[in-house]
Ligand binder design. Structure first.
Ligand code: NAD
Length: 277
């Protein structure tokens, strides 16, 4: 379990959900980890964001493995804050070898009902946030001639969907940005790859607002009530996947042996990829 011994990973959106799974898994395999999260609710986002306590808990889980954690509270949409997060990571651990641009928000709404504020928040966190993460880690990686960057899109980054225009746009954007970054950084020993998850069991999908959106016929829908709808979004008969299923793909792209895999998109979406080009 020492595959990443001596390496330093930076994970955005690390306070909970998939980001926490990635962060703790890198630590279990020997890496020190810079964990970045905003830990702040937004008026436009209808479900609660992670808390400072969540981010502390991720740090505790990392330290339990014997590795070091550096906590940075930052909004990925803010370039100066991301430059500072990376500078803090380099000052503490010497460098950043691996970056996982995972932070993101879900936004519901038909295009005609999407406010400018919701659009800005969604593009800011999900797309500009990935741009800022890549932009902040790239100079140090170029200097050292080594880097593994993994970005998180979605199965909705490869198809259209109703009531999700801003989110879908942001996730298609992540793929275009990542492929172009892979080309720009190819001369420098840096790979950039995308993981495109299906429904993953985190607070982003397990929240009252989304449940009610999916089952407007029920007063207080439960996970059991929405399970068949989530299942229909996958090809395999499974409604949602464990965050570690995404971590497994992230670890693959971060590995030494993946040096010559760059610019790719790996769907981990219970077979939904079979339905889209
Ligand atoms: P989550 O809500 O549990 O975690 C997202 C984390 O990102 C939270 O800790 C939140 O505080 C943080 N965050 C949000 N905006 C931020 C910002 N601007 N700056 C810093 N931190 C910010 O959800 P998750 O499922 O773990 O999501 C992780 C990634 O996976 C996201 O990019 C999401 O779009 C993507 N994704 C999720 C699913 C799913 O079904 N859960 C499916 C496809 C893609």
């Amino acid at each position: 379990m020492d595959e990443f011994e001596g390496k330093v990973a930076l994970i955005t959106g690390a306070a909970r959900g998939q980001g926490r799974s990635h962060a703790v898994s890198f630590a279990e395999r020997g890496a020190d980890v810079v964990i970045v999260d905003r830990c702040e609710n937004r008026e436009t986002v209808t479900y609660p964001m992670a808390t400072v306590e969540d981010l502390d808990e991720t740090a505790r889980l990392i330290e339990k493995t014997g590795r070091r954690a550096l906590i940075v509270r930052a909004d990925v949409a803010d370039r100066a804050a991301m430059d500072s997060a990376v500078a803090q990571g380099i000052s503490e651990f010497g460098r950043i070898d691996i970056a996982v641009a995972n932070a993101g928000v879900s936004a519901m709404g038909a295009v005609q009902a999407t406010s400018t504020a919701l659009w800005d928040e969604t593009i800011g966190s999900n797309l500009t946030g990935v741009f800022n993460t890549i932009g902040a880690v790239a100079p140090g990686m170029i200097e050292r001639g080594y880097g593994r960057i993994i970005t998180i899109s979605s199965m909705l980054g490869r198809q259209g969907a109703t009531n999700t225009a801003a989110y879908v746009a942001s996730k298609w954007g992540v793929i275009g940005l990542s492929k172009s970054s892979a080309l720009d950084l190819a001369q420098h020993g840096i790979t950039v790859n995308v993981v495109a998850p299906g429904n993953i069991s985190t607070p982003m999908i397990h929240n009252d607002k989304l449940y009610r959106h999916m089952r407007p016929d029920l007063e207080s829908p439960t996970a059991d009530d929405v399970e068949p709808i989530f299942r229909s979004l996958h090809s395999q008969p499974v409604a949602w996947l464990d965050p570690f299923e995404i971590t497994r793909a992230v670890l693959f792209f971060a590995a030494e042996g993946s040096a010559h895999i760059s610019g790719t998109v790996m769907p981990v979406d219970a077979g939904n990829a079979a339905r889209v080009t």
